[in-house]
Design a protein around this ligand. Structure first.
Ligand code: PLP
Length: 284
């Protein structure tokens, strides 16, 4: 595939960065993943806003405009044949010739981007849907999970622990036994027709899919939707549990800690909600 590195397109096997890059040494960088179906990005502006917030929070002086990013995305989509591609965008603080914790002042950020196949947009047909098994764990990540940092060690360790137990995802709970998110997704729970998801704070990533889903439900559905803290007990007796992320959109969890969620199988609200998401996801 063709990738973008510091202003140039090149074959992936030719892309080179220094091992002294702070992204490599410290995970000192920000990333985004923008899903594009038939060349059309979902939530592009929202992804750009979140990336800029992350860069600002880390004090990384990388100031591409949305139009410049859009141009990089367009170049990559066309160089890689279009179709359904995820675009990964990455900005690290840059390369310096000595390893030091202090943020350097005279460094140029490293900008790297590549595409990967994401297949068809998720279907709202329960017979076609990918379903997920999840397990629960105490959230052991840092307290700045709102930053979409490339330093994902906490997330990948949770994810791996889930895989070791035969699960596809891990639902995480803080020390007060409140739901935070999953290792690579946000989480929604449904009880008696009420849809709830944890509030935005430092414990979760402000997911773009989460945002779009909340907006779509508020504008176009009859459902009661709540952002609030959610206890472990509520999750364990939920009628439905959904994961949201750019690649999964809204995905049903049908098994939690080895037990069926709700009545077992995909719940009745999921299909309607994923269909609404599909219908309105380009509105943002
Ligand atoms: N939470 C975490 C920890 C993530 O890595 C992701 C990324 O996919 C999400 C939530 C979902 O975010 P988005 O909907 O922006 O893809």
């Amino acid at each position: 595939s063709i990738v973008y590195l510091n202003g140039q397109l090149m074959p992936m096997q030719d892309a080179r960065i220094s091992p002294m890059d702070r992204g490599f040494l410290f995970g000192d960088g920000i990333y985004e993943v923008v899903p594009c179906f038939a060349g059309k990005p979902v939530g592009f502006k929202l992804h750009m806003q979140r990336m800029q917030q992350g860069l600002t929070e880390l004090g990384i002086a990388q100031h591409f405009s949305d139009a410049q990013w859009q141009d990089i995305v367009a170049q990559l989509l066309s160089a890689n044949g279009g179709g359904n591609l995820g675009v990964y965008l990455h900005v690290s603080r840059g390369t310096q010739m000595r390893r030091a914790h202090a943020y350097p002042s005279d460094v140029t950020p490293t900008v790297f981007a590549f595409t990967f196949e994401i297949g068809h947009a998720p279907s709202a047909d329960p017979t076609q849907a990918r379903t997920f098994k999840a397990v629960t764990e105490q959230d052991r990540r840092w307290r700045r999970c709102h930053i979409k940092s490339t330093a994902l060690l906490g997330n990948i360790m949770h994810y791996h622990q889930g895989q070791q137990q035969g699960a596809d995802e891990v639902l995480l709970f803080n020390e007060q036994q409140q739901l935070t998110e999953a290792a690579s997704c946000n989480v929604f729970v449904v009880k008696d027709g009420v849809i709830a998801t944890p509030l935005l704070d430092h414990q979760i990533l402000p997911g773009i899919t989460r945002y779009i889903l909340l907006e779509v439900l508020r504008r176009h559905s009859r459902f009661d939707v709540q952002e609030r803290s959610i206890s472990r007990a509520e999750v364990l007796c939920a009628d439905e549990i959904w994961l949201t992320s750019s690649s999964k959109e809204v995905a049903p969890v049908i098994e939690l800690d080895g037990k069926p969620v709700g009545q077992g199988g995909i719940g009745p609200l999921w299909s309607e909600v994923q269909a609404l998401f599909s219908a309105h996801k380009y509105d943002f």
